[in-house]
Design a protein around this ligand. Structure first.
Ligand code: C2E
Ligand code: CA
Ligand code: CA
Length: 557
């Protein structure tokens, strides 16, 4: 039976669409065959590459907004409508978004024909099939689009309260170990546990796969939000115990005071809560992090810097520079060598301190290529300076990440060979970590470098664990006393006594002492009483580029 809508004209349908559209996420449309006129919900114009929401010359205009590869399919379907008596249209294809990106949609419609079977118009609905569901049948919760709708009523700012985004820490591994069904059970249980812990007026949404968002616009404080997080965690713990530890899973929470959302929009809420949840995971998971605007600004800077560093490395290390700080003998202050120190600058941030960018390079493992780069620069520099001073020594800092993530030992030996530098003139500086020293990757590297005749220096003594047994176990050639320790010892008699005790013990083991960060004549005088073998510091020479180093410290000799 063909539907008989004859009394309902295309114009009437248009009116209905205009009435319904503001409350719909989907796009309603009517296609008037006689007039060759297409009319779609006005908000489609913001989403898709449409000049207008009502247009003539339908086939030609559709060709402009349908993803080119999919247009033949649509044209065939429309031809069939014109040449057969089919009454429905149901097609999945891609439209171009306003940004000209393909968007998968499903278009359904009903064709209304006159007595003789000629199509009068087609009316129906377009849904974005990639869009988040409104409600989630598995957890029975409302989804992201409902959250969006709910938030849209607060145009002048959110009421007081908090937002808490909860995510499962290890759903993937549960799925992999116990199957997707078990993963679904855990999601469902988590959603139940959260629901059971909610206080009156709090709302719960499932925003993405394994993440939930709780809205409290009831004036409660973030402290109460943390209590909620802890309550959910306790329920999960009881569930795990009940299941005899057959499955272990944890949740992280990202918490936000509703007043710290500076613009009351869905996208801000998603952005800030996503950041807060990620921070909780970065802090080791199974914890709740409270958003702060200051942390967020730091995060944005770190992220931008990360991008600049990556681009610079891909661009042949553009913006990276090697600086060299002279190293002197303590007895007669003659130049022994230099320590290579990395520098980075970019247009957006100018000169960035290694204290800031080295940890980013380490976190992203970019220290592996960057460390390799400076090692080559430093060895090249050493070879060039040796034309003036044949036994000139170069010190290169190596990060723990390079030891764990690359074959740094082999690379050092190959590079030394490549530049024809005597291994005795190369010092590798490593900072104690308190952990790595017992790792075989560390101890193997250490002994290989030692066997090859390379000098090993334990950096930053006095800042970290300062575990004395490292000296006896690892037998470094040089112990570098950090500036923070040395500066204190230069002015405080008690600190000086401790430092000189250390210095004596180091010497008894036949190791050498280097004092770092000597800034004044007074510090120099005091610290020379230790006495150290080597000295480094602004008072004697600041780090500078290679050409300047040669001019200032080498040629002037
Ligand atoms: P570090 O290895 O302890 O290097 C010595 C730091 O002390 C350098 O800071 C140097 O500029 C600074 N310094 C030297 N003399 C003085 C002084 O008299 N007073 C003061 N206040 N500071 C002095 P810089 O260049 O900012 O480097 C900081 C840290 O970044 C380094 O500490 C090192 O841990 C790391 N780093 C720098 N370059 C590299 C590199 O190529 N690879 C690795 N893995 N780490 C590097
Ligand atoms: Ca160093
Ligand atoms: Ca140091």
């Amino acid at each position: 039976m063909k539907p008989k809508f004859n009394e309902l004209t295309a114009d009437k349908v248009r009116e209905v669409i205009e009435l319904l559209s503001p409350s719909a996420d989907d796009y309603l449309y009517v296609y008037d065959f006689a007039e060759d006129l297409y009319f779609i919900s006005p908000h489609a114009r913001d989403r898709f590459l449409m000049p207008e929401y009502a247009f003539h010359d339908v086939a030609a205009n559709l060709q402009k907004i349908v993803y080119p590869e999919d247009f033949p399919k649509l044209r065939n379907d429309l031809n069939e409508i014109l040449t057969t008596d089919r009454c429905t249209h149901n097609l999945t294809y891609r439209l171009l978004s306003a940004e000209e990106k393909p968007v998968w949609i499903n278009c359904r419609g009903t064709i209304v024909r006159d007595e003789s079977g000629r199509p009068l118009y087609m009316a129906g609905c377009i849904n974005e099939i990639g869009k988040v569901q409104k409600a989630d049948n598995m957890s029975g919760l409302l989804g992201a689009s409902s959250l969006k709708l709910h938030l849209s009523q607060y145009k002048d700012g959110f009421p007081e309260g908090f937002l808490l985004r909860i995510g499962l820490d290890n759903l993937k591994s549960v799925n992999a170990r116990l199957g997707i069904e078990y993963g679904d059970l855990i999601l469902q249980k988590t959603s139940e546990f959260i629901s059971e812990c909610l206080l009156p007026g709090e709302k719960l949404y499932r925003v993405v796969g394994d993440e939930f968002l709780i809205l409290d616009f009831e004036g409660r404080k973030t402290e109460e939000g943390k209590e909620l997080y802890r309550n959910v965690r306790n329920k999960i713990r009881d569930f795990i115990m009940e299941k005899n530890y057959e499955v272990l899973f944890t949740i992280s929470g990202g918490m936000l005071d509703s007043q710290s959302v500076d613009e009351p929009t869905y996208s801000r809420v998603m952005k800030y809560t996503e950041y807060a949840l990620n921070e909780a995971k970065r802090l080791g998971k199974n914890t709740c992090y409270l958003y702060s605007a200051e942390d967020y600004q730091k995060f944005l800077r770190r992220r931008a810097l990360n991008l600049h560093l990556r681009q610079a490395i891909n661009n042949g290390f553009e913006g990276f520079e090697a600086y060299y700080q002279p190293l002197f003998s303590a007895d007669d202050h003659h130049l022994i060598g230099a320590e290579a120190l990395m520098r980075f600058h970019c247009d957006e941030f100018g000169m960035v301190s290694p204290g800031e960018f080295i940890p980013i390079l380490e976190e992203t493992f970019l220290i592996v290529p960057a460390g390799r780069w400076i090692m080559h620069e430093a060895l090249k520099m050493c070879r060039d300076v040796q034309k003036y001073i044949p036994d000139f020594k170069i010190s290169i800092n190596i990060s723990h990440v390079q030891i764990l993530r690359s074959s740094i030992g082999r690379e050092i030996l190959a590079a030394i060979n490549e530049y024809g530098v005597n291994p005795k003139c190369v010092t590798i500086e490593l900072t104690e970590s308190g952990l790595l020293e017992t790792d075989t990757r560390f101890t193997t590297l250490w002994s290989h470098l030692k066997e090859a005749g390379i000098t090993l220096a334990l950096d930053d003594f006095g800042t970290g664990y300062s575990n004395f047994h490292y000296f006896t176990d690892l037998q470094p050639d040089i112990v570098k006393i950090d500036r923070s320790f040395a500066a204190k010892a230069a002015t405080d008699e008690f600190e000086f006594e401790i430092l000189s005790l250390f210095s004596k013990m180091i010497h008894e083991l036949n190791l050498k002492v280097c004092v770092e960060g000597v800034e004044t004549a007074a510090e120099l005088e005091k610290l020379c009483q230790l006495p150290p073998e080597y000295l480094q510091g602004f008072f004697l020479g600041r780090p500078c580029p290679k050409a300047q180093f040669i001019e200032q410290f080498v040629e002037s000799k």
